[in-house]
Design a protein around this ligand. Structure first.
Ligand code: SOE
Length: 394
């Protein structure tokens, strides 16, 4: 039996369930130097956290996240709470010498993200490691996309076209859940799903966004109040408690320049009726193009302009073969994988990094850079001006 990595998880809703699945399956799929142990989960509701622990497979449960950090038999704190609590929990965990996995976006403000990145850099000097959970980096087709870019297969990247389209709040009677409240979520579509395409495009291109020109819109300005801390599947409130203000964006669109010379368009919206989880990225380079759509996540489109012209055309690579990133751990060729596997791959890479003392990616510094882009987009939308992304180092 390998040495253990004992995990304490804070939060048990959608992301908590996804992370639990990952911790539960990672050692079954991958041979790793450390074996994940689901030691304890915390949450605010005593009944809720007890039920979650039983359902998701945690050994113990508590309503006090600080008690997880105080325990000697926990090595890593996994933060799956709304953004308003990330900084406090992560800073406390790092100060106590616990490794940290923190859901995206890293924080609700640049100031918090800077504090977290500084604390992570400090902790790393004594071998305590932190990672931010941008799970879509670990879709095999996305990892293959990055690999092909790095191998020079599409040459110099000229265009980046990125969209993240959902439709779960199109109905104006959908309640005012935490993701629609700025004090809890930081921002709306921008931080929740725009952050993913910012991270993902920077990851696959190896270029960073330097300037942006943005607009944001809130289409439905008030929604039924809800007592639940529910997420995407919340039902409309009918308790007569009235309407509350939506304080975040429903959609965020921006143009950008990347520091490697590419120009880019980004669109993040929860009002793309009929689009459920359409995270799409297309890259056009001097030697070819690559395109990915999460609604067809086991596929990658590749146009190879190096082929004789009579043979050129977008080809559809089925990313289900043993020599594709991560795939060899799963099913026989051609069978494909799903959303939950991205989280399993994430914790697989995190465990490897911890076991070998390497910095896992995306680091808190990488996630701070995403936060700086989110901030530039918000400022640009407010001022209607092209806006530079602040440097990470002050
Ligand atoms: C809601 O928009 C959400 O759950 C995001 O918070 C996740 O990060 C994304 O993976 C799916 O959609």
């Amino acid at each position: 039996m390998s040495e253990q990595l004992r995990v304490g998880m804070v939060g048990y809703a959608f992301m908590g369930a996804a992370h639990s699945t990952a911790w539960r399956t990672v050692n079954r799929a991958f041979d790793l130097p450390l074996s994940a142990r689901m030691t304890a989960v915390s949450g605010r509701s005593p009944e809720g956290v007890a039920a979650a622990a039983a359902k998701l497979g945690w050994d113990e449960h508590t309503t006090d996240w600080r008690s997880l950090i105080e325990r000697d038999d926990i090595d890593l704190i996994d933060i799956c709470t709304p953004g308003d609590t990330h900084a406090e929990i992560a800073l406390a965990a790092l100060a106590a010498g616990k490794h940290v996995l923190c859901e995206k976006p890293l924080a609700n403000s640049v100031a918090e993200a800077r504090d977290m990145a500084a604390a992570a850099a400090q902790a790393a000097t004594s071998g305590v490691l932190a990672m931010c959970g941008f799970n879509y980096r670990r879709v095999p087709a996305v990892a293959l996309m990055r690999q092909l870019v790095q191998e020079g297969r599409i040459g110099t990247i000229r265009h980046v076209r990125a969209q993240y389209l959902q439709d779960w709040i199109v109905d104006p009677s959908f309640p005012l859940v935490w993701r629609l409240r700025k004090e809890l979520a930081g921002s709306g579509a921008l931080g929740d799903i725009g952050a993913h395409i910012i991270d993902l495009t920077q990851f696959v291109t190896g270029q960073s966004i330097s300037t942006v020109s943005a607009l944001t819109e809130t289409f439905v300005k008030q929604r039924p109040l809800t007592a639940e801390s529910a997420g995407l599947s919340a039902s409309a409130a009918n308790d007569g408690s009235g309407l509350g203000d939506v304080t975040v964006d429903d959609a965020a669109l921006f143009l950008a320049r990347l520091d490697g010379g590419a120009v880019a368009t980004y669109e993040a919206t929860r009002f793309a009726t009929g689009r459920k989880n359409a995270l799409r990225v297309e890259l056009n380079g001097s030697l070819g193009s690559l395109a990915f759509d999460f609604e067809r996540q086991n596929e990658l489109e590749f146009y190879d302009a190096a082929l004789p012209s009579a043979e050129q055309g977008f080809s559809r690579i089925l990313v289900t073969e043993a020599d594709h990133p991560y795939i060899g751990a799963w099913w026989p060729p051609g069978h494909g994988i799903g959303y939950e596997h991205t989280f399993t791959h994430e914790v697989r890479d995190l465990i490897e990094a911890i076991a070998t003392g390497q910095q896992p990616t995306p680091s808190f510094a990488d996630a701070l850079q995403v936060q700086l882009v989110l901030d530039a987009v918000s400022r640009s939308a407010e001022t209607a001006q092209w806006t530079a992304v602040e440097p990470a180092l002050e």
